[in-house]
Design a protein. Structure first.
Length: 627
């Protein structure tokens, strides 16, 4: 593979908010039914009115949040990167959630959720308590407004809170006008404007991470904590503690001069050598094997002798050129002996035995496979019997169809995608896949054929069974083995950026279908594609792009922001100076920044949607091409 290059990203559509049809609260429905007749003089049925009242409660999140409601956070939890120009944000799966309650009871447009970020020396201690204890906050000298429990809530329910000194909190909390810009709706769209993803809500922070700091972000509830004058501190002095309910939190570090953004990590991946292999060996014979992806592993013989043998998995670059004795009666027939080194190559024998063991692990599938094979053999025998043509049609129709049962076909389809294959069979030596590395491969068809034959060997106990199966060509009946190419990657990208979009194309530029993309470990990702890939493209989902400013350069010596037109295309118009709510704490004045943007890029309305369009930061797609 050649050096990676960069290509554009997807499109996003922004909306100001998504108000729920019904906000959280108690509702009453009154149904009235009136009965009367059209007889003017003496109606036989007097006019009667029936009425019924029903009450119901719309319950929404208040003191806790299901982790499944959070789609993603940025910067990623636990990441170590230069985030000094980024405003943290959190994406919610439910687009109405930020507006299901209100920060200001008299302003339904303000979200009740906000992000507060603290540096390591400021981070308050999160503590868990009951709702009953939360109601008694004033008794311990902490400011928290009185509240009533709602239906479904009890005083024993647990809640997470933080206590922050008023002097610090006043410098971090957004104003009323800033709060309006902290939440918006985003949705990925195709080039023709068709939505391609779920509509999600975004909560945006207002503070830049501290340099060389561990930063902690809290998603806090501001329900009924605001008035038209701003946050209600309940006449607290500077040293008084203000209690806030926490619904979620995460941490990340922002060391100086770190280069660990998505594109930086992808461009910094070790892709030489491009295939899984051990380090170069000065011994020509050892180098011959190492270049093909072999590793030396302990080998226990049947007679309890111990040795070392060569092994490689299906992700190697070399392929067995000799004719393999498949179907095989035992794994021993697939051992290869190299007289020049006096060592065995156990690769295909190990693959065969692995396939057999994997099939034996699944009782239902192995039973179904055995019954199907027996049926195929009996059908083959009946077709070769001279009297078969004289059998009644009714009896001939009872023979088993050639297609394998659906569960067997599905199992072998998964096997062709390496589903369930242990990692050490794929990467026999961890040095083949070091940290921050990517390797490319084409599945060895011979290794895969041995794996498949091992699984098919269930019930193959005699040479007669072997002869019958040779005539049947069972792998062909199962659909054969497709040509599969792919990659395996070990990097912080895998853990930090879930749901990466990975596209593959052939030499002519045609798209190649993805058949498997799965994390094998927190930092290990494997991708399999149905065909010969000439180019891999890695990029982020539109939903995982972030917000931030442009770093200082020669023309603009401080943080600045290059603006976009209404279509999201960057222009040459720039906000050269960032307005601060509190510059010492790097808290941005969001409303003032939005006002400055509107003056430069005039628009009839400038809501949180237009603000998000200006603040979004793209992330380049990184591609690897075949040399």
């Amino acid at each position: 593979m050649a050096d990676p290059i960069e290509v554009p990203n997807d499109k996003l559509q922004f909306s100001q908010f998504h108000q729920p049809s019904l906000k959280t609260g108690l509702y009453q429905i009154v149904v009235t039914h009136q009965i009367s007749t059209n007889e003017p003089a003496q109606p036989k049925i007097p006019q009667t009115e029936f009425s019924a009242t029903r009450k119901f409660y719309v319950a929404g999140e208040r003191f806790s949040l299901d982790p499944k409601d959070i789609y993603a956070v940025y910067p990623p939890d636990g990441s170590l990167s230069d985030h000094s120009t980024i405003l943290p944000h959190l994406i919610l799966n439910r687009s109405t959630l930020p507006w299901e309650r209100q920060a200001d009871p008299n302003n339904e447009d303000l979200p009740w959720l906000s992000l507060l970020m603290f540096t390591a020396d400021q981070t308050p201690l999160a503590q868990t308590m009951t709702l009953g204890e939360l109601q008694q906050s004033a008794s311990v000298g902490v400011k928290f407004p009185s509240f009533d429990l709602e239906p479904g809530q009890t005083s024993d329910d647990r809640v997470v809170v933080i206590d922050v000194a008023k002097q610090l909190l006043a410098r971090l909390l957004p104003s009323n006008t800033d709060l309006a810009y902290q939440a918006h709706i985003r949705q990925a769209i195709a080039n023709d404007g068709t939505p391609t993803g779920q509509e999600r809500a975004v909560i945006l922070g207002n503070r830049l991470p501290g340099p060389n700091q561990i930063n902690t972000v809290f998603l806090v509830s501001l329900e009924n904590r605001y008035t038209s004058a701003g946050f209600d501190f309940q006449q607290a002095s500077d040293s008084d503690l203000i209690r806030l309910v926490v619904l979620s939190s995460w941490r990340f570090a922002s060391p100086p001069a770190a280069q660990q953004q998505f594109a930086d990590l992808m461009l910094g991946l070790n892709y030489s050598p491009s295939n899984l292999r051990l380090a170069t060996n000065a011994n020509p014979l050892a180098e011959h094997y190492a270049a093909q992806g072999y590793a030396l592993l302990p080998h226990n013989m049947r007679q309890a002798n111990q040795s070392i043998s060569w092994y490689r998995g299906p992700l190697g670059v070399g392929q067995h050129t000799a004719q393999l004795p498949l179907p095989a009666l035992a794994a021993d027939s697939l051992l290869a002996y190299d007289s020049t080194t006096g060592m065995f190559d156990v690769s295909y024998a190990a693959a065969w035995e692995l396939g057999r063991l994997m099939m034996l692990q699944t009782k239902q599938i192995s039973t179904s496979l055995y019954a199907w094979k027996r049926g195929q053999i009996q059908q083959k025998k009946s077709q070769n019997t001279p009297t078969a043509r004289f059998q009644p049609q009714r009896l001939q129709s009872r023979s088993l169809a050639s297609a394998a049962p659906a569960d067997v076909q599905a199992w072998f389809k998964g096997l062709a995608q390496l589903q369930g294959v242990p990692f050490n069979y794929l990467v026999p030596d961890e040095t083949m896949l070091p940290n921050e590395a990517i390797r490319f491969f084409q599945l060895d068809p011979a290794w895969m054929a041995c794996l498949c034959d091992g699984a098919l060997s269930i019930g193959r106990a005699t040479t007669g069974d072997l002869t019958h199966e040779q005539a049947l060509d069972l792998p062909t009946l199962l659909g054969g083995l497709p040509t599969v190419t792919g990659f395996i990657m070990r990097s912080a990208v895998v853990a930090g950026w879930p749901n990466i979009i990975i596209e593959a194309s052939d030499a002519a530029g045609g798209n190649i279908d993805q058949i498997r993309l799965e994390k094998l470990a927190d930092s290990v990702l494997i991708g399999l594609f149905a065909g010969e890939v000439a180019r891999f493209s890695f990029k982020l989902h539109a939903e995982t792009l972030h917000f931030g400013f442009d770093p200082a350069n020669q023309q603009y010596p401080t943080l600045h922001k290059q603006l976009r037109d209404s279509n999201g295309v960057e222009t040459d118009q720039v906000i050269a100076t960032i307005p601060w709510q509190d510059e010492a704490y790097s808290v941005v004045g969001l409303a003032q920044l939005a006002s400055s943007m509107q003056q430069i890029v005039p628009q009839a309305s400038f809501t949180s949607a237009q603000f998000a369009l200006q603040m979004i930061e793209g992330s380049a797609s990184v591609c690897f091409e075949q040399a």
